[in-house]
Design a protein around this ligand. Structure first.
Ligand code: CP
Length: 343
């Protein structure tokens, strides 16, 4: 049964600023504590429609840190093929509807993580996040996004934790650039949407450096602008790769696809061919103010970021990946307490 009051974690904005501060502080305590956890009653599921390395391992390890158990399922191979339309006449190859699948998983688990990347429908359809929204509607327990179409909030929480470790808890005014990079394929927009929104919530001085046409989701852009103003930060777009990096203390590098060509991948690939020089390399780094370089991983070396950066102390990508574990442990604990599973 869907409960309208049920809290989910589908966007960085789904936590209050107080909750975010508590979770980040708790993540640091958990990270410092190397003792074995006591067993707890916590039961967590993790359902993947797409591949993963970091999210899968760190999510399972996070639940283990809380003494609970986590069961991972890959849809299709570990489950029946799911029909996503609750109104479908199911006389084709799909065996189970999302309505029953979600409801059943909610009977087994206290919390459910779901990863579902966008498909190839026009952006206006994909951005409605039908899979995560269906799980939020039908599971009956909190849903934690393990990356959807619009957001990767667990990644941005870990990125925030990483920034506080490097620059202190107060990130207001920190010069941060989110820099688009060339990649042979149009990738999802969840990570950049979430990183930029999280930076705005933290009051950073945020620059989005991207070629024309590669701006983020329109509503997220408006939300970033609003949150920047509300939290004492700034937000601007710069279409110059080098100028956009100027003065940054942090550069978050990421590639993503353009909205207007979302449903035409061949045309999108064609349109990005002149943008191959959008690599984050020494020339770009030299524009910054000694920036730390971030990326969610996986990253294509010498395409998205040069090996010279990745192999230097300028890169903090492994810190981000480790912090997925600690940020998620604190987040899951927070939701488990709300569910009354952990004291
Ligand atoms: N950053 C991240 O989500 O990595 P995976 O896709 O490997 O889980």
């Amino acid at each position: 049964m869907h409960e309208d009051s049920m809290r989910h974690f589908l966007s960085p904005a789904d936590l209050t600023s107080d909750e975010r501060a508590q979770i980040l502080a708790r993540a640091k305590v958990l990270k410092a504590d190397q003792s074995a956890p006591e067993r707890s009653a916590l039961r967590v599921g993790a359902l993947y429609f797409n591949p993963s390395l970091r999210t899968r391992v760190s999510f399972e390890q996070a639940v283990w840190r809380l003494g609970g158990n986590c069961q991972t399922l890959n849809t299709g191979s570990d489950t029946w093929q799911l029909e996503m339309d609750p109104h479908a006449i199911m006389d084709g190859d799909k065996v189970e509807n999302i309505v029953e699948a979600a409801g059943v998983l909610g009977r087994y688990f206290h919390l459910l993580g779901v990863r579902s990347f966008p498909g190839s429908q026009p952006w206006e359809i994909e951005r409605t996040e039908p899979v995560l929204q269906a799980f939020a509607r039908h599971t009956g327990v909190p849903i934690i996004s393990l990356e959807g179409t619009m957001h990767h909030p667990c990644q941005s929480l870990a990125d925030h934790l990483t920034l506080t470790e490097k620059f202190g808890d107060d990130l207001r005014g920190l010069p941060v650039t989110l820099s688009w990079a060339y990649h042979p394929n149009p990738l999802p927009m969840a990570v950049p949407n979430s990183f930029a929104l999280q930076a705005a919530l933290a009051g950073c001085d945020l620059t989005l450096a991207c070629p024309p046409g590669y701006e983020l989701d329109d509503e997220v852009m408006a939300q970033i602008d609003r949150e920047s103003k509300a939290n004492g930060g700034n937000f601007r777009v710069n279409h110059d790769r080098l100028d956009g990096a100027k003065g940054a203390k942090v550069v978050y590098v990421k590639s993503w696809g353009r909205k207007d060509l979302w449903s035409d991948k061949a045309a999108e690939r064609e349109s990005r061919q002149p943008l191959r020089h959008w690599q984050f390399n020494d020339e770009a780094w030299d524009q910054t103010d000694g920036a730390k370089v971030m990326h969610c991983l996986p990253v294509r070396r010498n395409v998205v970021i040069s090996a010279s950066i990745l192999d230097s102390e300028r890169s903090i990508v492994l810190d981000e990946a480790e912090n997925r574990l600690w940020a998620q442990a604190a987040l899951i604990e927070h939701f488990a307490k709300m569910q009354g599973v952990l004291a």
